[in-house]
Design a protein around this ligand. Structure first.
Ligand code: IFM
Length: 478
């Protein structure tokens, strides 16, 4: 049996429940459930979370290698040294994607694989791996969507100041240009940094993530500024270095304010709140200025910046990538400044397996709609969406992840509302194709459409993989 057939077979064909689903896929989709023609359906991953092989072919160390080695930092004491061994099994993983019918794959490039010291000496073996991956994807009709930074800062750069240092932004632009020069002949769309908000707040604010720092507010603001500057400088450097025109944008997990009750006043309040809440992240990237309210709030702790830097930060992008998980806040209009009130979240509000993951399907409607209204975005990709789940394999080995299927169905119903109303969402990437290393939670928390047995590296598609394949086949919700 070929690898591809194996992957197709393991998607559950022949099992009673899934077979029924497959028959349903042949039914004509109802127009009111349909996504736009040409909509891209993808899956997403990141280098440190799946590749493993972290000492292979000249890869340098990154801050997560260092962080994981410190006792007590990772819930199960694990690290990304092996992870899903994707570095060696990427062909099998591409075949799994193909069997699901995905047409786009968002993966991240490991900066320490290409530049083991962060800058200077390039590592040809690292570039060669991404050449192989991109070629394999294209051979299967899957469009590569590389992300330049998904949190694996080369340790050598952290030793020289990390994101607290302006030089890191310059180093990132150089690295991004090298990637665009190498892959830009085959990849047309790139994301710069993944979730600046998360890696800054958790890595430099609370210390829960690598490099484990809890900086004072002024230093944290400066690090935030350097990260958004890195994004802007990279956009410019990549356009200059790519062998042809490429499209570039961020992949941010914008804090999304939702109207508690959908009235016109509350919707306006939610837009205003979303702009305010993202002031040092997506707002400055889209507007080229920090909001007056945010600067006033930071006072003497505001970052130091120049007008030239602000202009660079707001370098025009081709699309906005949004990672969507939870509603950031529910708000309603208020008569007093700032024009909205954030409502308290009831203790009984539903959550998924990860306690931080509150269940808010409407976020997938409001987030892209706010971005289109606030900043006139002409193209938006949902760069991540998905949920953790308890995921116990049944005696037959299948994971019947009904909660993940429910989550996806409800969120995608809201995305369909957005596209039907003309919000320019061009594609959706499910997080994630595989269970993987979930940062400080280690391997116990599973986000995959495919189950990974870490002892054997066997991949088994879950019920949610069949749900997703059926959706892609119809380009519509059932
Ligand atoms: O696994 C992470 C990913 O790396 C970034 N976005 C959220 C996911 C789930 O926590």
């Amino acid at each position: 049996m070929t690898r591809r057939r194996l992957a197709e077979a393991s998607l559950g064909l022949g099992m009673a429940g899934l077979a029924a689903m497959n028959r349903a896929a042949a039914d004509a989709p109802r127009p009111e459930r349909q996504f736009p023609a040409g909509f891209r359906w993808g899956v997403a991953t990141s280098a440190y979370q799946i590749e493993g092989a972290n000492r292979t072919d000249g890869r340098g160390a990154c801050i997560w290698d260092t962080f994981c080695a410190q006792p007590g930092k990772i819930r199960d004491g694990s690290d990304g040294a092996v992870a899903c061994d994707h570095y060696h099994r990427y062909r099998e993983d591409v075949a799994l994607m193909k069997a699901m019918g995905v047409t786009a794959y968002r993966f991240s490039i490991g900066w320490p694989r290409l530049f083991p010291d962060g800058t200077g000496r390039p590592n040809e073996a690292g570039f060669a791996f991404y050449d192989r991956l991109v070629d394999e994807l294209l051979a299967h009709g899957i469009e590569p969507f590389p992300t330049l930074y998904h949190w694996d800062l080369p340790q050598a750069l952290q030793d020289r100041g990390g994101w607290q240092a302006r030089d890191t932004a310059l180093a990132f632009a150089d690295y991004a240009a090298a990637v665009a020069a190498r892959l830009g002949d085959r990849a047309s769309r790139f994301f710069t940094l993944n979730e600046i908000l998360t890696f800054l707040e958790q890595g430099y604010g609370t210390g829960r993530f690598a490099p484990g720092l809890a900086l004072p507010r002024a230093e944290l603001n400066q690090a935030r500024h350097h990260a958004v500057l890195a994004h802007g400088l990279a956009v410019q450097a990549m356009r200059a270095a790519a062998p042809r025109a490429v499209e570039i944008g961020p992949a941010e997990n914008m804090t999304t304010a939702l109207p508690a009750v959908e009235t016109a006043d509350n919707v306006r309040a939610a837009e205003r709140a979303t702009r305010d809440m993202n002031a040092p992240y997506l707002t400055v990237m889209m507007e080229g200025r920090y909001t007056d309210a945010w600067l006033a709030e930071q006072g003497a702790d505001a970052p130091r910046f120049t007008p030239e830097e602000l202009a660079a930060i707001a370098s025009p992008v081709d699309f906005v990538g949004l990672n969507i998980y939870t509603p950031g806040a529910f708000v309603q209009a208020a008569d007093t400044a700032p024009g909205y009130a954030v409502l308290p979240m009831p203790a009984s509000y539903p959550r998924m397996a990860s306690t931080w993951l509150t269940f808010g399907p409407e976020t997938l409607y409001w987030a892209p709609r706010h971005v289109a209204r606030l900043w006139g975005a002409k193209a938006i990709y949902i760069t991540e969406n998905g949920t953790s789940a308890a995921d116990q394999p049944a005696p037959d080995g299948t994971v019947y992840d009904l909660d993940r299927v429910m989550f996806l169905r409800q969120y995608l119903t809201q995305l369909r509302r957005a596209t039907a109303e003309g919000v320019p969402v061009r594609g959706y990437f499910a997080w994630s194709v595989l269970d993987n290393f979930e940062w400080a939670d280690g391997y116990a928390t599973r986000f995959g459409l495919c189950h990974v047995d870490y002892a054997t590296q066997k991949r088994t598609p879950k019920l949610s993989a069949a749900f997703y394949r059926d959706l892609i086949a119809r380009n519509a919700l059932a």
